[in-house]
Design a protein around this ligand. Structure first.
Ligand SMILES: Nc1nc2c(ncn2[C@@H]2O[C@H](COP(=O)(O)OP(=O)(O)OP(=O)(O)O)[C@@H](O)[C@H]2O)c(=O)[nH]1
Ligand SMILES: [Mg+2]
Length: 219
């Protein structure tokens, strides 16, 4: 009897559910984006600034993953858009089943854009398809420019790399050119942008990218 390694079995099941989600998103023309980064790179603050700059009638919702708390959903829930926390009880990533369950009761027909903040982790979330149209990787300038070399999986699969916290560039040794070179060495087609959610620098580019992704699909 052949033994299928457990990980492959789990991922196979995940892919099946993710394919169902992708079909539902397509049927309702919902663009779904999966934000992935190390803990603390600035996913939630960027999403807060994003929601804060949307018009109140924008058809957007957010799912946010966390191992333990609902802190991020509390932060994101202040902007008047539907937000749900997915607490993974120890798991280091979201999976498609968690997303499927979290969407229960939401009318996808009422949405154009679904933003998913994954659990802070640069490795585990990479292998789990959530039915998203694109993965976005955030890399803050405090993490070191070598991260694309050390964690190639996510940098190879992401459609966009957002370099965050650029307001801190005067204080930390981070070579933006090298970070981009390393990331593009893995993924030449990847879009790259730099921003500070704190000061607002570069946020216009992010909003334009998001609008374009929401309207036309991946830029
Ligand atoms: N200086 C500076 N700090 C930032 C910026 N963006 C986020 N931060 C700070 O970095 C810390 C972490 O930000 P979060 O948005 O919570 O990061 P996260 O990626 O959502 O974290 P997890 O959900 O734990 O993975 C907070 O103290 C933020 O205020 C930025 O652009 N500049
Ligand atoms: Mg967060």
């Amino acid at each position: 009897m052949s033994r299928i390694p457990l990980e492959r079995k789990v991922l196979g099941e995940n892919d099946r559910i993710a394919a169902g989600l992708r079909e539902r998103f397509a049927a309702h023309q919902v663009r779904c984006l999966n934000l992935i980064s190390s803990p603390g790179s600035g996913k939630t603050l960027l999403l807060e600034k994003t929601l804060g700059s949307f018009r109140p009638d924008r058809r957007v919702a957010v799912l946010t993953g966390d191992i333990q708390t609902d802190n991020d959903a509390v932060r994101l829930g202040r902007y008047g858009f539907p937000v749900r926390q997915i607490t993974t009880a120890g798991a280091c990533h979201l999976d498609a089943r968690m997303v499927d369950r979290a969407l229960e009761g939401w009318q996808l027909a009422g949405l154009d854009l679904l933003l998913i903040e994954n659990v802070g982790n640069l490795v585990c979330p990479t292998s789990y398809d959530l039915g998203e149209e694109a993965k976005i990787v955030l890399l803050s300038v405090t993490e070191g420019e070598d991260k694309p070399l050390k964690y190639p999986g996510i940098f190879s699969r992401a459609s966009l790399m957002v370099l965050t916290k650029i307001d801190l560039l005067p204080y930390v040794p981070f070579d933006v050119g090298k970070a981009v070179e390393y990331a593009r060495g893995l993924n030449p087609a990847m879009d790259v942008m730099e921003l500070s959610a704190m000061t607002g620098q570069g946020l216009g580019n992010w909003m334009a990218w998001l609008d374009s992704a929401a309207t036309h699909g991946m830029p």
